[in-house]
Design a protein around this ligand. Structure first.
Ligand SMILES: Cc1cc2nc3c(=O)[nH]c(=O)nc-3n(C[C@H](O)[C@H](O)[C@H](O)COP(=O)(O)O)c2cc1C
Length: 290
């Protein structure tokens, strides 16, 4: 019997253990291979599953939860620079990812048998900065970051074991194919990213790969109708007019987000000196946002 059919099975409370999300429950996610530079100028790689988008609308930020004293956290606290490298699933690299995640190895030591290749930063001005880490050649996507240690932006005391590192993303780099893929609409592909279920049973690291991703249209009948969108759109800024066909493009947006989305579109139009927002303009904005 598959698990979902066991709706009537009784609930059992799971005890609190350290690292509870991987010892007392199930959690799956992507992970970043973080490159950073040691005091001796060596770029090394640390895998981090607890690594998530943080500032997501007008700020591009990332949070990393690291054990205190990891190479990554020491390097970041010293020179404030790192790169988050994302690779596609390739079984031959998985054992090396586990090796790179073994605590306590010095950067030179861990990089000795590394199966990933490093290359210079894709940002020209970073190449000559010895504190900017190299990036992973096999990566399909790299975020180059700097530490934001301003306590007004983020402060969480954590514990003596954990460090919460808020990163400002300076550059998002995609391999050309993946950048072009973002503009493909319905034919878009999703990178075959490996999944981590984390460290379990004291001596195992669990991974998975996903099947072919699929998409569903967002519910049309739940969004605002185009005339309702038009009513709001043409009252937000007297210098800007939305055409009916433009508004028909915007009916998929959940009602609660319509105003914010329209304001973003108006801002974009004004920056380009446009006063009439038509269907073509919305399509252009949408393709940039994908
Ligand atoms: C797939 C994977 C994900 C991991 N995620 C984390 C994490 O989110 N936070 C953490 O502190 N350690 C994590 N680890 C363990 C670290 O990789 C380990 O502490 C390692 O020593 C970090 O490398 P560094 O010292 O070079 O930074 C993970 C290990 C693996 C294999």
């Amino acid at each position: 019997m598959s698990f979902w059919k066991k709706k009537t099975e009784k609930w059992v409370e799971s005890p609190m253990h350290n690292n509870w999300y991987q010892s007392s429950s199930y959690f799956l996610s992507s992970f970043a291979l973080i490159t950073s530079v040691s005091e001796d100028g060596v770029t090394s790689i640390g895998p981090y599953q607890l690594s998530f988008p943080f500032g997501v609308i007008e700020r591009r930020e990332w949070i990393v939860i690291s054990r205190r004293g990891s190479n990554t956290s020491k390097n970041l606290l010293r020179n404030k620079k790192c790169a988050l490298n994302f690779v596609e699933y390739d079984k031959k690299h998985i054992p090396n990812i586990v090796d790179l995640g073994y605590p306590g190895q010095a950067p030179e030591e861990k990089m000795e048998d590394c199966t990933f290749e490093l290359e210079n930063s894709p940002t020209e001005s970073f190449v000559t900065d010895p504190e900017r880490p190299k990036v992973i050649k096999e990566a399909f996507q790299v975020f180059e970051c700097e530490l934001n240690d301003n306590p007004e932006d983020f402060h969480y005391a954590g514990t003596e074991f954990t460090e919460y590192l808020l990163l400002k993303i300076n550059h998002v780099h995609l391999r050309e194919r993946w950048k072009k893929n973002l503009d493909k609409g319905n034919d878009m592909e999703i990178p075959n990213m490996p999944i981590s279920f984390g460290f379990r049973n004291a001596n195992q690291f669990w991974f998975a790969k996903h099947k072919k991703p699929f998409w569903l249209p967002t519910p049309e009948n739940k969004g605002a109708k185009h005339d309702a969108v038009m009513y709001i759109a043409n009252r937000l800024d007297e210098e800007i007019t939305f055409t009916e066909n433009a508004c028909k493009q915007l009916t998929g947006i959940p009602k609660v987000f319509v105003k914010t989305a329209l304001k973003g579109i108006i801002k974009e139009a004004k920056s380009q000196g446009i006063t009439t927002i038509d269907k073509a303009f919305i399509e252009e904005v949408n393709s940039k946002r994908q």
